[in-house]
Every structure is written in structure tokens, then in C-alpha cells.
Design a protein around this ligand. Structure first.
Ligand SMILES: Cc1cc2nc3c(=O)[nH]c(=O)nc-3n(C[C@H](O)[C@H](O)[C@H](O)COP(=O)(O)O)c2cc1C
Length: 210
């Protein structure tokens, strides 16, 4: 058996013209956090495009194991208040002022998002696939959302903290449904500093067997 590792001819972090559109878009995608967002609405047609692309994710046996809740407007404030309430005892050891600062930060954190998207996994009652397959399908849907956002210069990231999971879970989930947290979507300034996060070289991640 021959075991080889191959190195790509194109530098892995390269955004040069050598890369085609899809590769550029994939490598340009970065989690953009809500404190970077600038207040701007996503036009409804574009939001629908983003959500339709989510539903084109691959899924085993066509279970389409997802459902989304779009939170906009007053729900951004409601979620900020929910976070502040959720974490109210978390900062007990801080001074009163420092504690208030932290809670104020949480209250304001979602306000510049264009929307939050609650991600819900829906298990199929008749087709009992392993849960991991359904999570994998929903994650592919989430990636489709993120990549569509990148292509439209919209920032996004997936928040899976207990506070995000619990917030979504309050909105009438059935027994076969599970909250997988919230996606933040929002516009960002043109001069936003790009993320310095790197990826491990392919040679450490891929084994070729030929
Ligand atoms: C399943 C999943 C859950 C995540 N949960 C969180 C989270 O709760 N909070 C957060 O700040 N980022 C979260 N992220 C974003 C990751 O931190 C981010 O993708 C990672 O640092 C790589 O950075 P990049 O997305 O900019 O490439 C999550 C990402 C994934 C795929």
C-alpha cells in the first residue's frame, strides 16, 4: 500500500485570481461577530434567497430536518434583555459598575444585527435516521446560509451557547425538534479588519491512499 501526502500547488490561504469564484467565497467566509455589525436591513428577497439556499443542503433520505425562525425588530432587543437576564448572576464577583457594564454589553449586543435565525433540527417520526446525520444535514444548511451571506457581503456566525439554544427553544418546539442555537446575520463596515484565523496545512489533514 502506497501512502502519500500531496501538497496543493495553490497556497491554501491564497485569495488570488487563480481561485475560482466558489473557492474564493468559501475562503473569504469568516465568522463576523455582532459587535462588528452596522445597522442595515437585509432586503426580504435576499433573506429569502439565503433561506432557500439553506434548504438546498444535502440530507439523507430527504428528511429535510430543519426549520428556521427569523428574529427581527423588537426580538433583537428582547434577545439582548434575555441574555442580560440569563447571565445576571454570572458576574456576581465583579463590582456593581463592572457588572452593569457587562450586562449592558449583552443587552446591546444583538441590536445591530439585521436578524437572528433560530436553527431547529426536526427529527422525522417515520424515518429514524441517526441524530448525527440530521445534525450534519442542518449544519450543511447553516453553511449554505453563511456562504450566501459571504457572497452578499453580509457577516454571519453561529452561536450555540446555552443562552442561544434556550432562547430558541422557547418558541414552541415540538417533541421531535431540538434547538441548535442562533445565527447572527448583519452588515459590516467595508474596512473591517479581516480575521487572522488560519487553517492547518492540508498535509496534516489529508491522507491519500492510491
Ligand atoms: C457548530 C458551531 C458552533 C459554534 N458556536 C459558536 C459560539 O457559540 N460562539 C462563537 O463565538 N462562535 C461559535 N462558532 C464559530 C466558530 O468559533 C468559528 O467558526 C471558528 O472560530 C472559525 O472561525 P471562522 O468561522 O471565522 O472561520 C461556532 C461554529 C460552529 C461550526
Amino acid at each position: 500500500m502506497k501512502i502519500k501526502t500531496k501538497s496543493s500547488k495553490i497556497k491554501e490561504s491564497d485569495y488570488s485570481d487563480k481561485l475560482n469564484k466558489i473557492s474564493k467565497n468559501i475562503r473569504k467566509r469568516r465568522s463576523v461577530y455582532a459587535d462588528e455589525f452596522i445597522k442595515k436591513e437585509i432586503p426580504q428577497k435576499l433573506l429569502e434567497e439565503i433561506l432557500i439556499n439553506a434548504t438546498w443542503a444535502p440530507n439523507h433520505k430527504m428528511t429535510e430536518p430543519w426549520r428556521f425562525i427569523v428574529f427581527k425588530g423588537k426580538y433583537l432587543k428582547e434577545y439582548g434583555d434575555y441574555m442580560a437576564h440569563y447571565y445576571k448572576d454570572f458576574y456576581n464577583e465583579l463590582s456593581y459598575e463592572a457588572q452593569n457594564e457587562k450586562l449592558k454589553y449583552l443587552r446591546n449586543y444583538p441590536l445591530n444585527a439585521a436578524c437572528l435565525i433560530g436553527v431547529i433540527m426536526v427529527r422525522n417520526a417515520k424515518i429514524n435516521l441517526p441524530e448525527w446525520e440530521e445534525i450534519a444535514a442542518v449544519s450543511s444548511a447553516v453553511q449554505n446560509i453563511a456562504l450566501t451571506c459571504t457572497a452578499h457581503k453580509i457577516g454571519s456566525y453561529w452561536s450555540t451557547k446555552p443562552v442561544a439554544i434556550d432562547y430558541v427553544a422557547q418558541f414552541g418546539l415540538a417533541e421531535n425538534e431540538k434547538s441548535l442555537g442562533l445565527l447572527y446575520l448583519g452588515y459590516y463596515p467595508e474596512d473591517l479588519k479581516s480575521s487572522t484565523k488560519k487553517r492547518t496545512p492540508l498535509s496534516k489533514k489529508v491522507l491519500y491512499l492510491e
